[in-house]
Design a protein around this ligand. Structure first.
Ligand code: TYD
Length: 137
């Protein structure tokens, strides 16, 4: 683990089981970047795999706001980790240059807060290219 590795952030849940709960992500109070983009992924079939890419510049904070989502990550130093997201108040911070494979369990909804707008050229979609870039930096 290093400053280049992903890590989990636990956020406060405000509320009660009778009322329901609210969780807040707010820069710079409890998240490490300004948010320029939000997207969400839903209606994925059970055990659907996605991801298989890294980003050159992007910081992301990812939640399973519903269900269970597994992340298999590899950082720029080659450190591999597995994370299970199954609590709406726990997010996975992913810095740039982290390869990820994502597995969605049934009825899961992924919410992503991202530091930059969408730029396809900023993706690394080829694993060999990912490994090559990491040897150079
Ligand atoms: P992608 O990031 O490849 O999703 P995943 O890794 O979860 O499979 O995005 C899927 C498609 O959506 C791809 O064609 C690009 C498009 N897309 C946008 O147009 N804007 C966005 O902000 C994102 C995240 C994806």
């Amino acid at each position: 683990m290093s400053e280049f590795s992903p890590y989990l952030i636990e956020f406060k849940s405000i509320g009660s089981s009778t009322l329901g709960f609210i969780t807040i992500a707010e820069y710079p109070m409890n998240i490490p970047f300004k948010i320029k983009r939000v997207y969400w992924i839903y209606d994925t079939p059970s055990n659907q795999e996605r991801g298989f890419h890294a980003h050159k510049e992007l910081n992301q904070l990812i939640f399973a706001v519903s269900g269970k989502i597994l992340f298999n990550t590899e950082d720029r130093n080659g450190v591999k980790q597995q994370y299970t997201l199954d609590k709406p108040n726990v997010g996975l911070f992913i810095p740039p240059l982290v390869w990820r494979q994502i597995v969605f369990e049934e009825n899961s909804v992924l919410l992503c807060l991202a530091s930059e707008i969408y730029i396809e050229e900023e993706y690394i979609r080829d694993y060999n290219e990912f490994k090559k870039i990491n040897q150079i930096i």
